[in-house]
Design a protein around this ligand. Structure first.
Ligand code: ATP
Length: 510
């Protein structure tokens, strides 16, 4: 199996595959695009929808203790005061006064260049898989440039947030390579502001939600008053969130408009929150594996105590090994009763659960698994992509590109291919099968070109099975088709009933 040689190549290859096959486009591309915004094309829209549906099915429909919610994107501005976002949803922003580039201070790194114990200057680099190596290379280059003799110490990498006021003017900008143009970090609020109604003054300011979670807290009372949920229970939501990220990057990994799937699991204040947190952590990892992400690419990152938000008792991120590095995919936080307490305080409305058994009134605590749909989609594409050398009918070696998507996620479940385009008996049977399949599944129909080419097209779109209507179908008894498996490329014969059974097993009941 051959795959693109470097991680940069894999990202470039994926971005161009996404464009070529209609998975993801830059937003407003005809106007030059808009940084941090993306459109999902016909195949991408299906893939994304299938990810959402799989999560909803497993998180809400297949459980008895989680209900769904769709709250509005623009909420009362007080929500974001209560949640702490107005005051504290900030990233440390650094400007380069010369190039006008902006950086997140926690994604910008620097090091003193030390030769024989003396500092001869500073080097800087942006966060990447190679940050430390890059800083070391730059340190060596600086030593050569300054023609300093002596032993160069290995660089000690530091975040720009740790730079002292004396160091800041000496650290070169990554844009220009020269020191003197970087500003000290300042807090930049990432919420997008808008105005509600015809007035443009401060009384009309509202925000596009930066997370879906607050919807679940604000509607907590509504849900317990109008449904029959009992503690412990969860409220789940899938929806768009917006963050004015300083440096959107890595394709759809960090964008300014994205989609989240979050669930707030409410528990008694005296419940074993750690056990509950652990069990959601396991659930989330199992779910990622169930949709085809390899265990080898998943790892856990426990937030150190000193970096936890003050209300968080524990946060563990499930990390994924993307081509550009190991990065956060899913955050699982134990948020105590902070959010409900805050909304109780700011709204004056008690956020209380009445426990029939003990007659106690309690403000529940919460465990929150929060994940981005776009980040899952990117992880799924990275894991599914493969290039292989295969032999064609004549024994010639050719390259095939294949997306090994889990059948549940694949945009098309099956492609129906009549062997010949102009043979009424073949196309008639193919159309009949296609129409029947389409009532339940998203199915492709392709009658253009050589059969091998059509298989390749479906491989690249991640379609798990192709069925070819051939002469055996119409001439031999049994009404069977050729079933071609995407991953093994093996061909077998199958009846219509067997095809539906296969789909039921691998798609509906997966
Ligand atoms: P990061 O540290 O990467 O900025 P975060 O810790 O701020 O993420 P949360 O606020 O915990 O993220 O959001 C929950 C999930 O939403 C993240 O785990 C991620 O999957 C997704 N997410 C957050 N920000 C973005 C973004 N800008 N683009 C795409 N997905 C995002």
């Amino acid at each position: 199996m051959a795959t693109p040689s470097s991680s940069d190549n894999l990202m470039e290859t994926l971005v161009s595959l996404c464009k070529r096959r209609g998975i993801i486009y830059a937003s407003s591309e005809i106007y030059g695009g808009l940084n941090g915004f993306f459109d999902y094309g016909p195949l991408g829209a299906e893939l994304k929808r299938n990810i959402r549906n799989a999560w909803w099915q497993d998180m809400v429909h297949r459980r008895d203790d989680v209900v769904g919610l769709e709250s509005s994107i623009i909420m009362h501005p007080k929500v974001w005061e209560a949640s702490g976002h107005v005051a504290g949803f900030t990233d440390p922003l650094v400007d380069c006064k010369t190039s006008k580039q902006r950086y997140r201070a926690d994604q910008l790194f620097f090091a003193a260049v030390v030769v024989d114990g003396a500092i001869i200057g500073y080097v800087s680099a942006l966060e990447s898989e190679r940050t430390a190596d890059e800083l070391q290379e730059k340190a060596e280059a600086l030593k050569r440039k300054k023609a300093v003799q002596g032993a160069l110490a290995p660089v000690a990498v530091k975040e720009f947030t740790e730079a002292t006021p004396e160091q800041i003017p000496l650290i070169p900008s990554p844009a220009t390579g020269e020191p003197g143009s970087l500003t000290p970090p300042r807090a930049f609020n990432m919420m997008f502001e808008t105005h509600v109604g015809p007035m443009r003054d401060s009384s009309a300011v509202a925000y596009l939600r930066p997370e879906t979670a607050q919807g679940m807290f604000v509607d907590f009372k509504n849900v317990i008053d109008t449904t029959r949920v009992k503690l412990p229970f969860g409220i789940a939501q899938i929806g768009k969130s917006f963050r004015n990220e300083i440096t959107p990057r890595n394709f759809i990994f960090r964008s300014r408009e994205f989609e989240q799937m979050e669930m707030e699991y409410f528990i008694m204040p005296d419940a074993d929150w750690l056990a509950c947190h652990e069990s959601w952590l396991t659930w989330c990892q199992d779910w990622l594996k169930s949709i085809g992400l390899p265990e080898s690419h998943l790892s856990l990152h426990e937030h150190p105590k000193e970096k936890l938000a003050f209300y968080s008792r524990r946060t563990v991120d499930i990390m994924f090994k993307y081509p550009f590095g190991v990065q956060e995919l899913w955050g699982i936080a134990a948020r105590s009763d902070y959010d409900l307490q805050q909304h109780q305080k700011f709204s004056g409305v008690p956020q209380i659960w009445f426990d029939e058994a003990t007659k106690a009134k309690v403000v529940p605590h919460v465990i929150e698994p929060a994940v981005g749909v776009d980040r899952i989609l990117l992880a799924v594409l990275c894991a599914a992509y493969a290039e292989e050398d295969v032999k064609d009918d004549k024994g010639n070696v050719e390259k095939r590109t294949v997306l090994r998507l889990h059948p549940r996620l694949a945009p098309f479940k099956v492609a129906v291919l009549p062997l010949l385009k102009n043979k009424e008996q073949l196309t008639g049977r193919a159309k009949a099968l296609y129409t029947k399949l389409k009532r339940r599944y998203n199915v492709a129909y392709d009658d253009g070109g050589a059969i091998g080419k059509r298989y390749r097209r479906q491989d690249e779109a991640g379609t798990p099975w192709c069925v070819t209507i051939d002469f055996d179908t119409i001439e031999k008894p049994g009404d069977t088709f050729t079933l071609r498996d995407r991953d093994t490329m093996q061909q077998t014969r199958i009846t219509e009933a067997e095809l539906f059974a296969l789909l039921a097993e691998k798609v509906d009941n997966a």
